[in-house]
Ligand binder design. Structure first.
Ligand SMILES: Cc1cc2nc3c(=O)[nH]c(=O)nc-3n(C[C@H](O)[C@H](O)[C@H](O)COP(=O)(O)O)c2cc1C
Length: 189
């Protein structure tokens, strides 16, 4: 048992051939380096929530389904969140919005940042997602990452040829995010 503050690094694509797992694992390792926080991967593919099926809105906190209670407990067990996801058609993956919409108060006041990726870094997805994080009253950190992954970086099956080499330019920003996350959680004491 550790008394370190726990940060969930959320894998936000559930496609069977996704690159998100590798990108998120790399981000987790970069955040974790020399950090006093404990960064843990959580995979929305494992959590496997159905499309939102609660009869009442989450703000009322009268959950009917076991999967919602399990998700609520898991989210409450983390002090902060780092979301990793691709840009899809100028937006962010629906599975991620679904997972957010299941809960409400659980997200409040939690520090949050994100890493998007796409051929131009996924800036449109990042912008929309940040708006939603504000709607959920999360404490959005100053820094986030928009990682550029172009056709030159991937093979014919759209898998990264050199994950470390492609993502390395973003490492300094991840170190900054760890600093901001640490500061946000220290402030909240
Ligand atoms: C439904 C869909 C929409 C996409 N839209 C965009 C886009 O708007 N901008 C972009 O740069 N790449 C786009 N792409 C390419 C993705 O960046 C690329 O497929 C990436 O590998 C997706 O992440 P994932 O493999 O982790 O799911 C799209 C891919 C999919 C599957």
């Amino acid at each position: 048992m550790t008394d370190k503050k726990r940060i969930a690094v959320v894998i936000g694509s559930t496609r069977p051939t996704r690159i998100c797992g590798g990108v998120a694992a790399w981000a987790r390792d970069s955040l974790q380096e020399d950090s006093d926080l404990d960064y843990e991967l959580i995979d929305l593919a494992d959590i496997a929530l159905p499309f939102l099926d609660e009869p009442l809105k989450a703000a009322l906190e009268q959950y009917e389904h076991e999967h919602t209670l399990t998700w609520s407990k898991l989210v409450q067990s983390y002090h902060g969140f780092f979301f990793v996801f691709p840009q899809y058609n100028w937006g962010y993956p629906g599975v991620l919005k679904n997972a957010l919409d299941y809960l409400y108060r659980e997200w409040h006041n939690r520090p949050a940042s994100l890493l998007t990726y796409g051929t131009r870094g996924g800036n449109k997805a990042a912008e929309q997602f940040i708006t939603v994080l504000h709607g959920l009253k999360m404490r959005v950190l100053d820094t986030h990452v928009e990682a550029v992954i172009t056709e030159q970086d991937v093979d014919d099956a759209w898998q990264l040829r050199d994950l470390e080499g492609t993502l390395r330019p973003n490492r300094a920003l991840l170190r900054k995010i760890d600093e901001e996350m640490t500061e946000a959680l220290t402030d909240s004491q």
